[in-house]
Write a protein that binds this ligand. Sequence first.
Ligand code: FES
Length: 313
Amino acid sequence: MTTSPDGEHDSHDIVAPGPQSPRSELAVAALLVAAAVSAIAFIVVYSLEKFSTQHELLGITLAASFAFVAAALLLFGERVLPSEEVAEDYPEAAAPMEQEEVAKVMEESTSGITRKRLLVGAGGTAGGAIGLAALTPALSMGPWIDVAPLYRTPWRPGRRLVDDKGKPYKAEEIEQETFYTAFPEGSSDRNLGASLVVVRVDPAALRLPPERAGWAPEGILAFSKICPHAACTVAIYQKPTYGPTQPGPALVCPCHYSTFDPAKGGEVLFGPAGRPLPQLPLTVDAGREIRAGGNFSDAIGPSWWGIEMEEPH
Ligand code: FES
């Protein structure tokens, strides 16, 4: 103890006991509880997903939680912890006596706090709730990291390929030596699996895997526009300027120059991509419009999404 029974400063104490302030301690505890409640509100808002202002509410609840913690710490430092300034000559070397004194200072610094358990409990509750709130978004990946949503795409058999204005592509519009960007009709172009790069090659040059026979009517091919290396957009179509000595046309990702051969079903010719560009089967209907014949040959996106864990569906 730092005070004698009559409340006087014990002559052996180093830190004079500060004025006890149970009200401030209660206020600190209340702020920490408020921080915990705000963090729990974040978890509830995130889990329910029912509010039109979902993002705003998530931001408000999390910000409130941190603000309450900050206010609690400020109040604790200002009103609850005693402050002590000790100025003395720097000792020559650490000696057991001085070390004991330092330990005593540390111990006595909290002697004025009357509700230590309450404060520790409130601090633990706030810390636990905020930690839980930080982990909650990870639960969206499912009980054991459900990667299935990453493999879903809006492409279905019969879905028309449209341009960025929603106009369906006709087979005649697809020319050689250039490329086109296409989207699934009626689907948001913000869907990662939506965007396609469409090219036409000489049908005689096609070297598709046997199971993809018929995926490129009239030499028209479609591939995911997302590079399987690190998800950049495949945005360059390289064509030979002197055919006899140069390789055929190729799709190129501008980020690290992964190069894909459309005639061979998106096979990697060069660069760091570890697998071919996923190909989408195509058909041309009676009205000459281009439609999807099914889903991609492979999961779209970079390989670190767990490409070998599940087939696309
Ligand atoms: S992201 Fe395409 S090559 Fe790296």
